[in-house]
Design a binder for this molecule. Structure first.
Ligand code: PLP
Length: 418
């Protein structure tokens, strides 16, 4: 098979919980994947199984040893999922908490004086951490402006902000407001030319569900995801740190292993769900490659997801069958424009001079879940430069269908005709 077709989508949907129906509000189409992706049924089963086991890790009994093995196995699966050959994965409270922790420890491990460089495209999680710790350390905080027209950041724009006293650089892998991805490899190459020993920390939270994470090729020091946005569940975050950052001075228990970043007992079941995510990606990848290597299968799944999601967002923008696309409606404006190769499964739009929350409410009544992004501390970095007060965010994933897109477009057509 060359691409995800609607018959494979049906099989894919069988693997997830609450695909058509919300357990609270009833039937709905889920276009709120940037708020939290659907959970794999296998991750739910795994969670239930491990939640009932009272044993702790690191004891001399069979149950405890089995838990240790599950975590070891999950770390090896994470390594295949994200393509790492060094460094370490560990778990924290959330993606936000881990971004704070990585940035804080990277700053505290750096020489005094210098700067932290981030971009205006970032979510406040990494930007707030970088600004706070640049204040604490009396560093200068420098922001690389994103391009308002394309909704992403041009790697070249990092160059003028980087110097030999740049200590930490933060990058977002995809924006949850514009939906556009960034070129991590190109940015880190530019950073390394002038600041080879800066710590580079990447927020991969929005990108993770959209396929194609390849940490080995990025030359970075930290990568963070929120597993509930990658087919697992709420309650924890996962970070990867390079050997250099792992071995740098960091918060840890006195007398404990010097390379351990985990603070307190971990939820074995949470780790185990990441093995379910890896198994799922391999299962999907086998539809597209005959290679038995799991990394090759994960890569093939990622490429198929990207291809499928592009077709879906193109349909949203340009229409399908005889249905108009968003771009065809009068007064509809779309963040990042109509043919943007950086788009990752997300379209944010507004109807000029019309409150977006009314559109989101209308769609909700039609059984379609989307989300309003307002000019608050989460989205003002994107909306203020556009001169917008708000937008409607439609965020899809590879388990959504073309018939769901059609329902959305026909509801929008009915809305415009009102
Ligand atoms: C790019 C990005 N960074 C950080 C976050 C914060 O993630 P969490 O709330 O899971 O900590 C989000 C959540 O939407 C996000 O999209």
């Amino acid at each position: 098979m060359q691409y995800i077709n609607q018959s494979l989508v049906s099989e894919i949907r069988q693997k997830f919980c609450n695909v058509n129906t919300c357990p609270i509000s009833g039937d709905r189409i889920f276009f709120e994947n940037a708020g939290g992706a659907l959970t794999l049924k296998s991750a739910l089963e795994t969670t239930t199984k491990f939640a009932s086991i009272p044993d702790n890790q690191g004891r001399d009994n069979a149950a405890s040893k089995a838990l240790n093995d599950v975590i070891k196995n999950a770390k090896s699966d994470l390594s295949a999922l994200f393509n790492t050959q060094s460094g370490e994965f560990f778990m924290g409270e959330s993606g936000t908490e881990l971004l704070f922790r990585l940035i804080r420890n990277a700053v505290l491990a750096s020489p005094s004086g210098g700067s932290i460089v981030g971009t205006s495209l970032e979510h406040p999680a990494s930007r707030s951490a970088a600004k706070k710790w640049s204040d604490e350390m009396e560093y200068t905080y420098l922001s690389v402006p994103h391009c308002v027209k394309t909704g992403t950041v041009d790697p070249k724009n990092y160059a003028s902000k980087i110097s030999d006293t740049t200590r930490v650089v933060t990058i977002v892998h995809a924006s949850p407001v514009t939906g556009m991805g960034t070129k991590i490899k190109e940015i880190s190459k530019i950073v390394r030319q002038k600041a080879p020993s800066a710590f580079i920390v990447v927020d991969g939270i929005q990108h993770a569900a959209h396929g194609g994470i390849d940490i080995k090729s990025y030359d970075i020091d930290g990568y963070v995801i929120s597993p509930y946005k990658m087919f697992s569940r709420h309650g924890f975050g996962i970070a990867w740190v390079s050997d250099r950052l792992r071995n740098a001075p960091h918060e840890k228990l006195d007398g404990g292993p010097s390379d351990n970043w985990e603070l307190g007992t971990r939820d074995t079941g949470a780790y185990a769900t990441m093995s379910d995510v890896k198994e799922y990606m391999c299962w999907l990848g086998k539809e597209f490659t005959e290679n038995n290597d799991s990394r090759e299968q994960i890569k093939a799944a990622g490429a198929a997801i990207q291809d499928y999601e592009r077709k879906m967002t193109d349909a949203l923008l340009h229409g399908l069958d005889n249905l108009k696309g968003l771009a065809d409606f009068e007064d509809v404006q779309i963040i990042g424009g109509l043919s943007n190769s950086s788009r990752e499964g997300l379209v944010s739009f507004r109807i000029k001079d019309y409150p977006s929350e009314k559109i989101v409410r209308y769609l909700n009544h039609q059984g379609i879940r989307t989300h309003t992004r307002k000019c608050d501390h989460y989205s003002e970095n994107i909306l203020t430069p556009l001169g917008w007060d708000d937008c409607v965010r439609v965020s899809i994933c590879h388990y959504n269908t073309l018939s769901e897109i059609k329902k959305f477009l026909s509801c929008m057509a009915a809305f415009r005709d009102k």
